[in-house]
Design a protein around this ligand. Structure first.
Ligand SMILES: *Cc1c(COP(=O)(O)O)cnc(C)c1O
Length: 401
């Protein structure tokens, strides 16, 4: 029988790491043994009782979970609907990224790895990785583009204080994609002892699935928290910003098969979709391969990656994870976008109405409130992926504070 007739569309990875036509594992031959080891073992390890126990205990006592699901009363009044904020901004290190790095450091230990490498763009993932390496007492090297090192001095200092070595990537555009290439090169040089902690639901199988599973604690909590607030597990909408897509993947995870819950993904339009300075991959991207995965990707006609732009460093990735490419193409999630200006205004509005300074990434998700029509009785959940402390200089420059 034709597979298509007996199977409902699945939004999860198949055993080869494909989401529909996207995903897979396109890696240099020298990494095959390493990648296969991870592919063969990650689910088994994650399902071990001792692993789950250690993961949950660190999420509780170290990260500070569960993060609250907060009913935003004044924001709700303004938009005449029921808005809840999932407070990932209250996690240790200030964002959702720590959920994944805690999971991966425990994975690395179970695999017997002795060293950690990571790539970072703005430095947020580098800090989250350096943090868990200090926690576990494991050597940490973070690859970062030379330009990003100059732009993100406070995060470079944080990583150093946490004991990590920060190595500048000096090739190409000297930003995130070059740092990723350097990290992969370092992994090839020492495949037995090193584990590579990728920071989002991107890259080759099993990373997109593994990272989504570590982040799925977000929607697991939303279910029981919303039940307490509203007597139902199911909101009408879940809204999240998308850089690579990990906070969105975690917020959607337990709702993927429930079509009554509408999933909204918000990309960074930068200075405008047609400005040449944006990161709205679903609008501007085409199928291609980046970091070992087939996905949607901003590229020139001859396949050169286009340097993305957004005022929020966490959203300027030239692709999206393969699951998001599939959610976009299948229509399961609706992809919208917000410009720099719209996000900055939405960020300031949250400060004034709720006393919460959001990360500028998260402010992109908030900006969608002005662009959608909700019913009074709708339940809308916005994943507040991070706090705005790291963005203070951007807020100061933008609003001339
Ligand atoms: C890194 C980051 C993002 C973007 O990454 P995703 O993998 O798309 O979640 C969003 N918000 C914050 C606060 C971040 O630090």
């Amino acid at each position: 029988m034709n597979e298509n007739f007996k199977m409902k569309t699945s939004y999860q990875a198949d055993k080869n790491g494909y989401y529909g036509e996207f995903g897979g594992s396109f890696v240099p031959e020298m990494l095959y043994p390493n990648v296969e080891e991870l592919q063969n073992k990650y689910l088994e390890i994650m399902n071990e009782e001792s692993f789950k126990k250690e993961f949950n205990s660190l999420l509780k006592d170290y990260v500070g979970r569960p993060s609250p699901l907060y009913f935003a009363k004044r924001l709700s009044e303004k938009y005449n609907t029921k808005i809840y904020l999932k407070r990932e901004d209250l996690n240790h290190t200030g964002a959702h990224k720590i959920n994944n790095t805690i999971g991966q450091i425990l994975m690395a230990k179970r695999l017997g790895k002795k060293k950690i490498i990571a790539e970072t763009g703005a430095g947020q993932h580098g800090v989250a990785t350096a943090t868990v390496c200090a926690l576990a007492g494991i050597e940490c090297t973070v690859y970062m583009g030379e330009i990003d090192i100059a732009r993100q001095a406070p995060n470079v200092a944080r990583m150093k204080m946490l004991g990590a070595t920060v190595v500048p990537a000096k090739s190409g555009s000297r930003t995130l994609k070059d740092a990723t290439n350097e990290a992969i090169r370092a992994w090839i040089n020492d495949p037995v002892d090193v584990h590579y902690i990728i920071g989002s639901v991107v890259g080759f199988h099993p990373y997109p699935d593994m990272v989504a599973r570590f982040q799925s604690v977000i929607s697991e909590e939303i279910k029981w928290q919303l039940k307490e607030h509203e007597g139902t597990e199911n909101p009408d909408y879940i809204i999240a910003c998308v850089g690579g897509g990990s906070n969105a993947a975690g917020a959607y995870y337990h709702y993927l098969d429930n079509d009554n819950v509408k999933l909204i993904a918000v990309e960074a339009a930068g200075k405008g979709i047609d400005s040449g300075e944006s990161a709205a991959t679903s609008v501007l991207g085409r199928e291609g391969i980046i970091h070992g995965s087939k996905t949607l990707l901003m590229q020139t006609d001859d396949g050169q990656i286009i340097e993305p732009y957004s005022i929020s460093a966490g959203l300027d990735y030239p692709g999206v994870g393969p699951q998001h490419a599939h959610l976009f193409k299948s229509g399961r999630a609706e992809f919208l976008n917000a410009t720099d200006d719209e996000a900055m205004q939405a960020g300031l509005e949250l400060c004034k109405l709720e006393g919460i300074i959001p990360a500028i990434e998260s402010a992109h998700a908030l900006a969608i409130l002005t662009k959608m029509e909700f019913k009074t009785e709708d339940i809308v959940i916005i994943n507040l992926s991070g706090r705005g402390d790291k963005d203070l200089n951007t807020y100061i420059d933008y609003f001339k504070l």
